[in-house]
Design a binder for this molecule. Structure first.
Ligand code: FE2
Ligand code: FE2
Length: 351
């Protein structure tokens, strides 16, 4: 696979191991000496069986991502973890996931996922990792991390136990769930945080759920997405990275580019293959053909995102599937799939 060889060369991976679920993001500046990369790992869903026994598939996905992140050359400036370390959010799962992640060589930042949160409302996660939303500046870029998986207080507190609440929120299509949101107090914090940031400063936002409304039935959704987008609207250059959807998605709304990260655990099918409810999957996203839906690593893989002056070119390396290359099209003003953009029906398998 020549495209994979190129990608590995481009990403600077020293060892030609298997392609793995890991994202590498490069931010280019006018002065190339200021360019830098960060790695993005997401959705490991570490699951305890009993005692110190954990589901091996999920452990292995995360272990491999950690190993590959450590091999990147140039070394990423930092690593971002996109949420859902755990499956049902127990201290044992979070601790086991963090133990694997402690193998990362480099500063790691974390995003809260709903699987980390709804058992104890983020208590153990916060004890280990600190703030659930925060911002930092790095080489001229303003980075913001949001907790986007909150919901209405009356829903949060109506359950007889945290375990019951988590069981409902952990189901992909459980109708008893509640839509995710960033919420009013965090939105107020975001406005304040961005007040001192100039319109020309590149802004990168991390959330767990997409800060856009894609498919409500599966909570591929953030209820106050439009309000967040409005807050980000004045900046020339905004990129939002998220996990949660366990699949390739890319979109552009006004000045904001959206990129999902593939999971280290398993891929979800595309909502477009489910006709029973309205979905708003972005036109730009061409669903992947799942070559072997019964192979747990099918439809997971690498992505390399090159952000130059706010325009994103993206290359996906999918070990069990055809690779993807998205190139920013100057005429249409958006990234487009070089191979499948106009062939959606032919490339999409419904099952
Ligand atoms: Fe997840
Ligand atoms: Fe999630």
């Amino acid at each position: 696979m020549s495209s994979r060889r190129n990608f590995i060369k481009k990403a600077g991976v020293l060892a030609a191991g298997s392609a793995l679920p890991l994202s590498l993001v490069e931010l280019s500046h006018a002065n190339s000496a200021d360019n830098f990369t960060f790695a993005f790992i997401s959705d490991s869903h570490i699951q305890q069986i009993k005692g110190n026994q954990f589901v091996q598939n999920w452990d292995r996905g995360l272990q491999r991502a950690v190993a590959e992140a450590n091999l990147l050359d140039p070394k990423p400036d930092f690593i971002m973890y996109g949420g859902d370390i755990a499956q049902i959010g127990t201290a044992a799962e979070i601790d086991h996931g963090l133990e694997i992640l402690s193998g990362l060589r480099g500063n790691t930042h974390f995003v809260m996922g709903e699987h980390d949160y709804y058992l104890d409302l983020g208590e153990h996660w916060s004890k280990r990792l600190g703030d659930q939303y925060y911002s930092f500046d790095h080489k001229g870029v303003h980075f913001v991390v949001l907790n986007s998986i909150l919901t209405h207080d009356d829903w949060t507190h109506k359950w007889s136990s945290g375990k019951e609440r988590m069981g409902v929120m952990a189901g992909l299509d459980d109708p008893r769930g509640s839509p995710f949101m960033v919420g009013a107090s965090q939105r107020a914090w975001l406005e304040l945080d961005l007040k001192a940031v100039d319109n020309t400063t590149p802004v990168v936002v991390f959330s767990h759920s997409p800060l856009q409304k894609l498919f409500k039935n599966w909570n591929f959704w953030t209820d106050d997405a439009e309000q967040i987008q409005a807050i980000l609207g004045r900046f020339n250059d905004v990129n939002v990275f998220y996990g949660h959807v366990h699949q390739i998605q890319y979109n552009q709304i006004g000045n904001i580019k959206f990129h999902s990260a593939m999971a280290t655990a398993w891929p979800w099918p595309y909502p477009t293959s489910y006709a029973q409810a309205t979905n708003y999957m972005p036109k730009l996203t061409v669903p992947m053909n799942r070559a072997d839906p019964f192979f747990e690593r099918d439809a997971t893989g690498w992505q390399f995102i090159d952000i130059h002056t706010g325009k994103a070119d993206i290359e996906y390396i999918l070990p069990e599937n055809d690779g993807r290359k998205l190139i920013y099209n100057k005429e249409s003003g958006r990234p487009e799939d070089t191979q499948y953009q106009t062939q959606q029906k032919a490339s999409q398998k419904h099952y």
